[in-house]
Write a protein that binds this ligand. Structure first.
Ligand code: PLP
Length: 373
């Protein structure tokens, strides 16, 4: 029988359904101040989980990034260092402020920003660095924080895919001045669409609460520029109960990633993902590389895996600096980010969510063995 192994599978149970129905039966689907009862409950629980003082819920991960950059007062004439090997919203949020995204290259083993490349990109205009924890593995935060301290630059952790990831025992969200998370439909825990910003500074948390509601102050008029980035009570109710499940979901993914790696090791040119010493991967995406592969060869392989019932996706192609809008707007040359461009040609992600078992992974390994010579 043909398999149907999907890449993502939300884990929604009775608690989530009852909480959402409870909100729907009540009077407040979204609190107009942005700080409804469930939003507050979710924020408190999320801050405690991460190990920071404050969390501010917003409507998406992209909204979280944009709000964080607005808080950092990033704007026209400024530069923000970002990786290109990530989802487009990383650069988009920067462009929306009027600042220029400056792309730095990645470490080819971890797919996260290479601190050396970051250092080379710093100028007198650099206002912030946005390290992305790609696929759920944290970036080299200590080195990046060191560069930021030296040059007095803001650090905004882009932890959209990294709920529960750790570096030296501290969670994603505790290293930057601010950190942004996503609860979109592809996240390990989801609210459909949703985001969160974490920080240890009370003034930042209060400013972000204002930014998410049009920059309103105490009297409901705009004290600063903001946006409508409120999280709904429906989403927050869902998120609160999803968060209770996060440790269990991460454990399942961890176990699955270990099984997959042990089955894939030794298959021709396939390079399984790494978890360097001191790091705890969140495995929100299990991504392998076809060593030395050309883009056409990788794409054919992905098509064949999908045809065999193994949902396989490529994150990220093209990398952001090669996308038409960014190339045109910033006059970017191809081959300016060699590690990013090679990864973009060679990687693909395989399913590893909590709903899969050993049989599924054996099937995946068997297909891959057959397809890769
Ligand atoms: C790397 C990366 N960037 C940005 C986002 C954007 O988040 P959202 O879809 O919530 O706006 C995501 C979401 O998963 C992501 O993984």
């Amino acid at each position: 029988m043909r398999k149907n192994i999907q890449m993502f599978q939300p884990s929604i149970g009775r608690e989530e359904v009852e909480a959402v129905v409870g909100v729907l039966r009540g009077k407040t689907l979204t609190d107009e101040t942005g700080s409804g009862a469930y939003v507050k409950k979710f924020e408190e629980a999320y801050a405690k989980y991460v190990g920071v003082k404050y969390a501010v819920a917003v409507s998406s991960g992209t909204a979280a990034l944009h709000a964080a950059l607005m808080l950092a007062d990033v704007g026209s004439g400024d530069e923000v260092i970002v990786p290109s090997f990530t989802q487009t919203s990383t650069a988009e949020a920067v462009a929306l402020t009027g600042a220029k995204p400056v792309f730095a290259d990645i470490n080819p083993k971890t797919y996260c920003l290479d601190p050396k490349s970051v250092e080379e990109k710093v100028t007198s205009k650099t206002r912030a660095i946005v390290p992305v924890h790609v696929y759920g593995l944290m970036a080299e935060m200590e080195e990046i924080n060191e560069i930021a301290r030296e040059h007095d630059i803001f650090v905004i952790e882009h932890a959209c895919q990294a709920h529960g990831a750790e570096l030296k025992g501290s969670k994603a969200g505790t290293y930057g001045d601010l950190a942004c998370f996503s609860f979109n439909a592809l996240s390990v825990i989801t609210t459909g669409e949703g985001g969160m910003i974490t920080t240890n500074r009370r003034d930042y948390a209060e400013e972000l609460q204002s930014i998410r509601v049009h920059g309103f102050g105490r009297y409901g008029s705009s004290e600063r520029l903001g946006h409508n980035y409120k999280m709904t009570e429906v989403a927050a109710a869902l998120g609160y109960y999803q968060l209770q499940k996060l440790p269990r979901l991460l454990e399942a993914r961890r176990k699955n990633a270990q099984i997959l790696t042990s089955l894939l090791e030794g298959i021709g040119r396939l390079v399984p993902p790494e978890e360097p010493p001191g790091y705890r991967h969140a495995w929100s995406l299990y991504t392998v590389r076809l060593r030395g592969g050309k883009v056409g060869e990788r794409n054919k392989l992905v098509l064949k895996l999908n045809a065999s019932g193994i949902q396989t996706k490529v994150f990220y192609q093209p990398p952001i600096h090669m996308a038409p809008y960014y190339r045109r707007k910033y006059g970017i040359r191809p081959r300016s980010q060699p590690n990013t461009e090679a990864a973009s040609r060679q990687v693909f992600s395989l399913p590893c969510h909590q709903g899969l078992g050993e049989e599924d992974f054996k099937y995946m390994a068997q297909k891959l063995k057959k397809l890769i010579r």
